[in-house]
Design a protein around this ligand. Structure first.
Ligand code: SF4
Length: 71
């Protein structure tokens, strides 16, 4: 079994959107976060490494921004 992305515990997308219906439908968590090799292609991780800062929490591993709906 592949290892998880090492940023999982401090990743704003993972922590806040792992239960989001679109995130579940698109399979981002299983595709990227739970696969260390694939996670190297995660746009969040790439940006974080490049800039030293995490991107907005609602940016997904493919770079698409999730809409945050107001209640
Ligand atoms: S969204 Fe990207 S950086 Fe965050 S835990 Fe998943 S693979 Fe890692």
């Amino acid at each position: 079994m592949s290892e998880n992305c090492e940023l999982m515990e401090k990743c704003g997308f993972f922590l806040n959107f792992k239960g989001n219906s679109e995130a579940i439908k698109e399979g981002w968590i299983s595709m990227f976060c739970k696969d260390q090799t694939k996670s190297e292609k995660c746009q969040r991780k790439i940006i974080r490494k490049k800039t030293g800062k995490p991107p907005a929490d609602n940016m997904t591993p493919t770079g698409k921004l999730l809409e945050i709906r107001k209640q």
